[in-house]
Write a protein that binds this ligand. Structure first.
Ligand SMILES: O=C(O)CCC(=O)C(=O)O
Ligand SMILES: [Fe+2]
Length: 346
């Protein structure tokens, strides 16, 4: 493998919190866009503070409880942190996703939202966990199908970094696609563990060891076309990596004794039912005592609600009766149903 950190991908700086044509085109053609300055820094700082206040310090026995991906359900949307929830659905992010997918914000759905503290504890070589991942695409654990052809993407994956790679390491690696004839991206994309009849293996050492024995052709493909070409995202606090279900990428080790905090999100086009919500379901938390979800539904914007599948005004779910029923459900939390009522026919 090359020394990947000599091949940094640097974030592009945004003016006025908007993706420009270069970033949109990078995501559509190369499979990723890495940006700085999209999300207000005060929101990033508050989300980081909330995460640091909750998660154990590195190198404590409690940190061992968070060795796998995610927050152990603690920060799945709707999380206990108002800032993390705001981050998930802030207008700057939704505008960016809308521009990438070419869909109105109301036609976008959220299918993953979880915060992940990734700890570095020094031992890398023979780990069979998330420490150093094998290069992969994310589609197998999001969709029942295969991503559509390259020019018709149906989902955007997002990593919002709440830490700085200079402090914590863990720079995500990406293989930029080089045009329609790029052999790395020959379609369909199967050359990884966890698809077809191959077992799911997360760690690089284990996965590549298995492939070298069982599928030497795939191992050779990966060495030449993927590992040799990967570039590491030189993220800062607040950088955002937009990528896709068909982008080759992998997580890399966090520095010994450090913790990297990221918010992982997936947005998809409404109607793509084959792309699953990764979590137990957005309503699951309605049986929690905290009532964060009920409050959030009542206070969210119409478009934020639509991200979870709540129908837009004018949808044929709505009638005078259903508007009144839903109003009754959330009235105690102050919901304003007038946009839904005003859009009723006649
Ligand atoms: O940890 C990273 O930088 C990437 C993680 C990853 O590949 C994933 O969440 O699918
Ligand atoms: Fe991934």
């Amino acid at each position: 493998m090359q020394n990947i950190e000599e091949h940094w991908l640097e974030p592009s700086k945004l003016s006025n919190n908007l993706l420009g044509p270069d970033q949109i085109s990078s995501w559509r053609t190369q499979g990723y866009a890495l940006v700085d300055g999209l999300i207000p820094s005060a929101l990033i700082a508050q989300a980081e503070d909330d995460a640091l206040a909750f998660f154990p310090k590195p190198q404590t026995p409690e940190a061992k409880h968070f060795e796998t991906f995610g927050s152990g359900q603690k920060f799945v949307f709707p999380s206990r942190s108002r800032a993390v929830n705001e981050l998930t659905m802030c207008s700057e992010l939704l505008a960016a996703v809308s521009a990438l997918l070419g869909e109105a914000v109301g036609d976008i759905r959220l299918s993953q939202a979880d915060l992940w503290p990734k700890y570095g504890d020094g031992a890398v070589a023979d780990r069979d966990d998330w420490t150093e991942q094998r290069i992969h695409c994310d589609y197998p654990n999001h969709t029942l199908l295969h991503p559509p052809q390259w020019d018709s993407p149906e989902a955007v994956e997002v990593i919002i970094y709440l830490s700085d790679s200079e402090e914590c390491g863990g720079a995500t690696a990406v293989v930029p696609r080089e045009g329609p004839d790029d052999p790395a991206y020959a379609w369909p994309i199967f050359n990884m563990p966890g698809v077809q009849d191959r077992p799911y293996i997360n760690s690089r050492v284990e996965a590549e060891g298995y492939l070298e024995k069982a599928h030497p052709d795939i191992a050779a493909f990966r060495a030449t076309n993927l590992y040799a070409r990967e570039r590491a995202a030189h993220f800062r606090r607040g950088s955002v990596l937009f990528y896709r279900h068909d982008t080759w990428h992998r997580g890399r080790p966090v520095n010994d004794g450090a913790c990297r905090i990221v918010q992982n999100l997936t947005f998809k086009k409404a109607g793509s039912e084959w792309l699953n919500v990764l979590h137990p379901g957005w309503c699951w938390s309605m049986y929690s005592k905290h009532q964060i979800m009920e409050r959030w539904v009542a206070q969210a914007s119409i478009e934020q609600r639509a991200l979870l599948g709540f129908p837009m005004p004018g949808h044929n779910y709505w009638s005078a009766e259903t508007v009144a029923a839903v109003e009754g459900r959330y009235a105690a939390f102050g919901i304003d149903m007038s946009p839904y009522r005003n859009a009723l026919d006649g």
